[in-house]
Design a protein around this ligand. Structure first.
Ligand code: SF4
Length: 351
């Protein structure tokens, strides 16, 4: 059961409460390069990204924010480290939320300036704690970025917001270690009612990164922890968005576009399944409905094994079957199998 949190509005997207878990990503361009940044945002937007974050590291980035903001359809979040003046500049530039790291904007008065400006401009703040940048005094006490060190940093940061009576807060506290991150979020979830942004930081290249994120996020989300997620990958941010929806879909929390399922293959398979499944996956990208489409390696077991799928194909030697909800509806030559599958899908759904 999802833990009920305070509702925080970010532009026209609300998180917390019973709102759907929002998918976010981060641009990997130089923010000041407006053209490249906008191209990337439009691509993630098409993939289903609901909140986008841009790094703001200098004044040129701040100057780019209004142009980016007015050209995109999803809320824009400014990610600021170290320099509170950049945070103030980003807020003034009209972003929908600001993410700061209390580990590197240490002085209380600077954080209070940011809080005041966020209040005046009616936007929320994410307190984004990162195990790689904890305050020096916390690290000195704990020796290394332990669970206790991360939680202490979060509590210290939150106390400043509480003292300033500012409640439009989202918390994240990411560690590199998956088990530590899970533990940190469990503690924060039990102690605060602010929405949580969850993710595994520095997850890795696509395959291992997606697996690591799926393990960490999957465990948290399964226990009802998390209001917005990012799958961090050393890769095109579109892949972060696809991975995030795959995690949410696997847990039955969100549907987004078609899902391809395919059998793992065994000695009964006589075709190049990887090639056929990839072909189907590619063609499915232009479809919007949350269809479940199966590609199965043999005609005898395939349709039955994928009886949950809305549509599917079961490949055989030279000939295969197109099926729907486990029942064969057409038998065609192997070469026509994929085309026939899409003919059947097109006859039955609106793209
Ligand atoms: Fe093997 Fe057929 Fe099952 Fe695929 S569908 S795993 S080929 S039995």
């Amino acid at each position: 059961m999802r833990q009920r949190k305070r509702v925080v509005r970010i532009g026209d997207v609300s998180i917390g409460g019973q709102h759907p878990i929002a998918v976010q990503s981060m641009t990997k361009t130089k923010t000041a390069d407006v053209r490249s940044t906008l191209m990337q945002i439009r691509r993630v937007q098409r993939a289903g990204c609901e909140l986008i974050r841009c790094a703001v590291v200098n004044k040129d980035d701040v100057r780019a924010l209004p142009k980016i903001r007015e050209a995109i359809a999803i809320p824009l979040i400014a990610d600021v480290h170290f320099d509170y003046r950049l945070a103030l500049g980003a807020i003034g530039a009209g972003v929908d939320k600001i993410r700061i790291n209390p580990g590197n904007i240490a002085e209380r008065w600077k954080v209070e300036e940011i809080i005041k400006s966020a209040r005046d401009n009616d936007i929320p703040i994410r307190i984004g704690i990162n195990s790689g940048s904890l305050p020096d005094e916390v690290l000195a006490k704990h020796g290394r970025p332990t669970v206790g060190a991360i939680v202490q940093t979060a509590k210290q940061a939150l106390s400043v917001f509480a003292d300033n009576d500012f409640t439009r807060v989202v918390i994240s506290a990411k560690g590199v270690d998956v088990r530590d991150t899970i533990q940190v979020y469990q503690i924060l979830n039990g102690q605060f009612d602010f929405p949580l942004h969850v993710g595994i930081t520095e997850a890795g290249l696509v395959f291992k990164g997606a697996v690591r994120s799926a393990v960490g996020l999957g465990i948290l989300l399964y226990h009802g922890i998390g209001d917005t997620i990012r799958v961090s990958l050393t890769a095109d941010p579109v892949r972060e968005v696809v991975a995030a929806y795959t995690v949410l879909n696997a847990l039955g929390l969100r549907e987004h576009g078609p899902i391809l399922i395919s059998c793992p293959m065994c000695g009964r398979c006589d075709v190049d399944m990887e090639r056929i499944a990839s072909k189907v996956d590619k063609r499915l990208k232009k479809y919007k409905p949350a269809l479940k489409v199966a590609v199965m390696g043999c005609i005898v077991n395939g349709p039955g094994e994928a009886r949950d799928a809305d549509f599917g194909i079961a490949c055989g030697k030279g000939v295969g079957a197109v099926f729907a909800k486990g029942k064969e509806i057409r038998r065609v030559k192997e070469n026509n199998l994929v085309d026939t599958l899409f003919e059947v899908i097109d006859e039955n759904i609106d793209i």
